[in-house]
Design a binder for this molecule. Sequence first.
Ligand code: SAH
Length: 403
Amino acid sequence: MYRGEIAGLRGHLAPEHAVDVLDAGGRRLGRGFYNPRTSLACRILARGDEVVDVALFRRRLEAALSFRRSAGLLAGAYRLCWSEADGLPGLVLDRYADTTVLQCGTLGMARRAGWAAEALDALFPGGAVLRSDDATAARIEGFEPERAWLRAPRPEAPAAPGPAELPPGPTPPEARGSTAPDASPPPVIEREIAEGGCRFRVRVGGGQKTGFYLDQRENRLLVAAHAAGRRVLDAFCYTGAFACQALRAGADRALLVDSSAEALMLARENLDLNGSAGRAELREGNAFDVLRALHSGGERFGLAVVDPPPFTRRKDAIEAAARGYKDINLRALRLVERGGLLATFSCSHHVTPALFEEICRAAAGDAGVATRIRAVLGQSGDHPVLLNVPETRYLTGLLLEVL
Ligand code: SAH
């Protein structure tokens, strides 16, 4: 509920207590966490008479797991809980083998992280839980972001599925099971995950997101299916997941571009891990500049991937963001040979699929190329979208063929 939708407030409103939400006639609509400082003022957790307690968290997580199981979405790494889309606003849970990363994005959820950890215990007894809050969300919502083990990894923990598992990096000093956060082992752990035949080393709880861009899993496989025999450009590559998948699927060569030296170091490791390093070149730099230089140098690619960070998180900055998307796509389209493909994405919440399409149309117009839409892309199925909560959709993309 946005602040403007609230007619009045009554009683003592503590962030850790769910407040009753009443309609104009005094009937209870549900219950939610209230935050006095944000425009998204109340996050509804329960409808009607449902009580907000640890049992509700457990029911929600059971439903989340069961949906993913029946939809075939369980994998070596996957998102178990996606905030409102799984009925737990402000809670993100990503599973990496035996470790869950718990990320709080609202004040109310930050105060109830203990319930989330308890509910996880019931689903995955003995599993490690790492809390790693998003700093931007924490600043907006007004809480201190935490990075700590809520359930420390056990040194003797059997590696989760299969031989792909790495031994836990840090040696945790004590047995898990206490509910007190244990900050002694560094709140980062290395895990190796499998994705469609590729292997990736993930610094769980480190780097960006919760360590890996799980939301692009399906798109990476879809794009890789077009990679055979082509030269690939992976712009904004982070740890090189698109390039690794494309090379595994038979791409000739790949050029990976990112502005972060640390990301490229991990990308190099992942290329090695998949036996593809010999066919890959890594370039550190601003993708806008690198793509322009490639064009001046007469370089061409059969498949380009453009997966930038969000250019805006705010609605009022959407015009500047749109210019950025148009510019980077214009530069990318100039590099794609005829018959080649561009997979392009926006993860800015306020850039809708329709707006993104309009931006790409303008970019193609300026680049002077005709393109065919081969696929309309979105976030992977373990990041579900609720029709009546459009905010649950943030990733949009297009697979374009240059004619
Ligand atoms: N495609 C990746 C995720 C990309 S995340 C995957 O599938 O895992 C976006 C990446 O863009 C980050 O690694 C960030 O370091 C990088 N980045 C941000 N601004 C950039 C810029 N101007 N030029 C190049 N890379 C940039």
